[in-house]
Design a protein around this ligand. Structure first.
Ligand code: MG
Length: 162
């Protein structure tokens, strides 16, 4: 077995949203958006890093640099798909993933099931092998002041016997 850990933070844009707020591959209606070279999906970035970490690979920034034009505005589902393909090529399968999103706002409860379904589909695992939880920052720190959204993820890989 292998375990992987991922973390990511993206800060909010100043002023009104300049693009959609996307978390876990789901577009969340909100009047603000996150700064990022790609689509700024912190949850997909944390999950991708968790898988890459379990494989002993580099991090998402090494594989998909934020200086590369091809990654500008890129759909982060492609990063997670890349990691999923890599783990299967290497003879691993995912037992489960678990993740926490840290966001004071917006309220994410109504979108967690959609996120789980989206993640399960990309990683080719059942939805009950995906945990997605949302926590506020209790109004303290950079999360609580609504300056940024963060995400953490862990993944457990198992050898995939042929
Ligand atoms: Mg990121």
């Amino acid at each position: 077995m292998r375990i992987g850990l991922g973390h990511d933070t993206h800060r909010f844009e100043e002023g009104p949203a300049r693009r959609p707020l996307i978390l876990g591959g789901v577009e969340i209606p909100y009047h603000r958006s996150l700064v990022g070279h790609s689509d700024a999906d912190v949850l997909f970035h944390a999950l991708t890093d968790a898988v890459l970490g379990a494989l002993g690979e580099g991090d998402i920034g090494e594989i998909f640099p934020d200086t590369a034009e091809e990654n500008r505005g890129r759909n982060s589902a492609e990063f997670l798909e890349y990691a999923a393909a890599l783990l299967s090529e290497r003879g691993w399968r995912i037992e489960n993933v678990d993740a926490v999103i840290f966001a004071q706002a917006p309220k994410l409860g109504p979108y967690k099931e959609q996120m789980k379904a989206r993640i399960a589909r990309i990683l080719n695992i059942p939805p009950d092998a995906v945990g997605v939880k949302a926590k506020t920052g209790e109004r303290v720190g950079f999360i609580g002041r609504e300056e940024a959204i963060s995400a953490e993820a862990v993944v457990l890989l198992e050898n995939n016997p042929k």
